[in-house]
Design a protein around this ligand. Structure first.
Ligand code: F6P
Length: 322
């Protein structure tokens, strides 16, 4: 392998830059070239390529977002779009790829590998932490720390006004962000798509639980219910008119900011491992970390929704907030 293409795709995640830096510096160490592909699969199709040098990745390890930019590409989902992407990759002499992103990114990477035989390694870059084959994804730790900082602030005003706040966090159809931030912010309840009767549980607590609480925080994963936190807020307001209820949607603030130390280290380890893996002839796999060891998972398995949500954490939320 002489020239590795690297790109970020799908929702950005803090730590993607640290991963890009690690890919570039490791490849250069092995005398390989690195081509940065901008704007994910869109840029791959449109020929938006640039060589990355040692200096190109200076001073980015601490920066949120992605210097390569990101996009969600509809065109790449078509066979025609993928043919164009392949044409551009060949034109720029890219002979292997490191794809940094989530399930959509890996679905595309798998297609490139299967349809054109291009060696591809995926790195888990998403705040959602919803991939199989890694304990944590790049960006998750930063995002959950952003969430608890925001919820701590909401707690201040909730406490001053004796209010209940329903806070919606990201995670598409995954409750991973909600679950940990619920524990860490001392939430009353956590509502996640993986658990079915948690809304009934919340009603029961509001009905029969302690009445001396001055503030309550309920964390809702965005994928929990059609209509999201506002819908749940309306039900709570209707059923419990005496509780002063407000809704807050944290939104894209969760995707930005400086990566935490944990995310920088994870991204650096994975970026390094991606180049080593390509060099060793591996392909079609996502590299993650399981029990602090580098782990390789076929891309098709990585995109299966992780079923390993720790439901015990839900129980802890309940007991600790009684
Ligand atoms: O996958 C990351 C994520 O932030 C999800 O949690 C969220 O559902 C989605 O991306 C939002 O995507 P967009 O920024 O394209 O609206």
């Amino acid at each position: 392998i002489k020239n590795i293409g690297v790109f970020t795709s799908g929702g950005d995640a803090p730590g993607m830059n640290a991963a890009i830096r690690a890919v570039v510096r490791t490849a250069l160490y092995h005398d390989m070239q690195v081509t940065g592909i901008r704007r994910g699969y869109e840029g791959m199709i449109n020929g938006d390529y640039e060589f990355l040098h040692r200096k190109s990745v200076s001073n980015i390890i601490q920066r949120g977002g992605t210097i390569l930019k990101s996009a969600r590409s509809e065109q790449f989902k078509t066979a025609e779009g993928r043919k164009l992407a392949h044409y551009q990759l060949k034109k720029h002499n890219v002979d292997a790829l490191v794809a940094i992103g989530g399930d959509g990114t890996f679905t595309g990477a798998k297609a490139l590998y299967e349809e054109f035989g291009i060696p591809v390694i995926g790195l888990p870059g998403t705040i959602d932490n919803d991939l199989t084959g890694t304990d944590y994804t790049i960006g998750y730790d930063t995002a959950i720390n952003t969430v608890i900082n925001a919820v701590d602030k909401i707690r201040d005003t909730a406490e001053s006004h004796d209010r209940l706040f329903i806070v919606e966090v990201m995670g598409r159809d995954s409750g991973m962000i909600a679950l940990r931030t619920g524990v860490a912010s001392g939430a009353e309840s956590v509502l996640i798509p993986e658990s079915k009767d948690d809304l009934v549980g919340l009603f029961d607590r509001l009905e029969n639980g302690r009445k001396d609480k001055s503030s309550r925080i309920v964390i809702v994963a965005e994928g929990e219910q059609e209509g999201g936190a506002f819908h749940i807020g309306n039900i709570v307001k209707e059923k419990f008119p005496h509780i002063d209820t407000r809704v807050s949607i944290l939104g894209h603030i969760q995707r930005g900011g400086k990566p935490t130390c944990m995310d920088r280290v994870l991204a650096s380890r994975l970026g390094y491992a991606a180049v080593e893996a390509l060099k060793a002839g591996r392909s079609g796999e996502m590299i993650g970390v399981i029990h602090d060891e580098i782990a390789y998972t076929p891309l098709e398995k990585a995109i299966e929704k992780s079923s390993e949500i720790n439901l015990n954490l839900l129980k802890i939320v309940e007991i600790l907030s009684l």
